[in-house]
Design a protein around this ligand. Sequence first.
Ligand code: BGC
Length: 685
Amino acid sequence: MIEHRIENLLKQMSLAEKISLCHADSKFTTAGIERLGIPRLAMSDGPHGVRQEIAPDSWAPAGWTDDYVTYLPTACALAATWNRDMARRFGDVLGAEARHRGKDIILGPGVNIVRTPVCGRNFEYFGEDPFHVGQMAAEVVRGIQRNDVAACVKHYALNNQEWNRGSVDVIVDERALREIYLPAFERTVRAGAWSVMAAYNKVRGQWCTENEYLVRHILKGEWAFDGVYLSDWGAVHSTDGAARYGLDIEMGTHDTDFEGFHLARAFREAVERGAIAEAVLDDKVRRILRVMIRTGMLDPERRRTGARNVPRHQQTARDIAAEAIVLLKNDGVLPLDMHSVRKIAVIGANATARHAEGGGSSEVKALYEITPLEGLRRKVGRMVEIVHVEGWRDTGHEADQPADDPESEFADALGAARAADAVLVFGGLSHKYDQEDVDRRDIRLPGRQNELIGALVAANPRTAVFLIGGGPVEMPWIDRAPCVVQAWYAGMEGGSAMADIVFGDVNPSGRLPVTFPRRLEDSPAHAIGQYSDVQCEYREGLLVGYRYHDTKEVEPLFPFGHGLSYTTFTYGNLTVDPRTLEIGVDITNDGDREGQEVVQLYVHDAASRLPRPVKELKGFEKVTVAPGETVRARFRLTDRDLSYYDDQAGRWVLEPGEFEVRAGRSAGDIRLVQRFHYGGPPPVR
Ligand code: BGC
């Protein structure tokens, strides 16, 4: 039916009309063809809220007054929930709001792997583990697309740093490509993503917008992707390469001469000359029409109208934030009891900072954004006195630049801490650091924060440090600080969610989607000196994130998957059925309050022809357990979960033999191990 409609339209189109669908005619649209009932195709960023309306031919805001939207927690926060339902709800909000704003494609989710903690866009990504990223992002895609809006999975591929993203050439070996960097793209494509965005960088010497291997061979070949491959803004370098190697739509930034785009006039002339076959163009047009039909664009009435700024969306933002917050360390400081605490000192610029409008293309014009201070004040009302002192200013200076936090503020913060029953510090980063197009220079806390936190925990032992930001920072004071919380960029309801955590209305259940190293030099790309701007060779291969820390025995500050709760859990009765690969494990809540546990399943290959990381995540389930109760978490592994990519044979290989499943609370806290034999004849005992 869809294919029939496509062919019918295609045969009525002139060459010029076909070409007009393949390139931008404004910052975020392509042209329509009125006589055939084809409207303009409208896109928007993405990925944690629909971006404000942008002028048609510049980056300036269009000046609308009714383009406010729901600001969701960013992808690193969503990832920290380890909850697929949350990912589905996230996508659903994004899709519904995009639809309501008249958009056909929302530019997200971003599924690039966090290879280095300094990447400026890590806050837009889901973390370091390909399985985890793929599982979460696939649900986002499904959630978006049920609203007649296409997801656009980005940035394909290997855009793992912002430093020189427009020209860096990534050299990666085949196994790392297949086992680390591509699985999340593959998973989202197989989940049915209708569009994919090409990255700015080169891979093995070829631009991603014209990369024969990545696009023709893998994406459109092996994975049979039949949707649209569109460029990142201004990422196209030639007509011939882009046309032949699989780019379908060219979107742009630098120029408003849209006819001068590589896939505009020059493309038409090449087809007219016979230099490029018309069949190449027809394939692109078919794909574009397919997305238009799937989203209902060509129907007289679209099935979905969308919704925006409705309470249900705000509740979703709050629920995700509450499940995203990670309790890293807690020596009895949290939760606070509202009935016994009289006075709380709230310290730090991030207590009052709003983050929605920062970060680059993912900026959001939020309907509102509740800061931590507001969230706390709303929660306690008149019950508790709250004193706020900034203590440090967010100047945008890196740690090693002169700080201009005033001395008096510093002293005031310490005074307030001494006089309070409890201290809540809101430190960390902002989008002055977590920013598109630039990487951070280090992972130290900016300004005098380290000094201040050290002094505050000395002044008042009942201090909890909340860190805002897209990833790890060094914590030289960690042994002295009794309580540390990672709160990410938690969206428009972040302040409410943090207050819920502080007072125990929500029991923390977030888990780290990335390893927190002790120092930058401990993280693999930096440890091996392979973070560079012209040609970046990923010599660490498969050893990204915890795979490196595990295999090389480099102890992290906090391991991948880590996160505490206000209750405790025990693991029991881990079973594996070696025929079906069904796995079960009992989780018992030994505490006195309900909690959610993220049960993580890692696979270890006991003997293998090719070297493998010590263990790899292949399953996770978030279970809710009442006090004193036991819940069984169930998993089912696939053959692929036990396989490696054989770079010589060019395929996934399952080597029969001994494997282990390791069930635990994090990559650093394995509770139970079960060995089993899988594939081929059973071992002779
Ligand atoms: C970013 C994309 C974004 C696009 C449009 C680019 O600079 O890399 O993620 O979707 O701009 O704003």
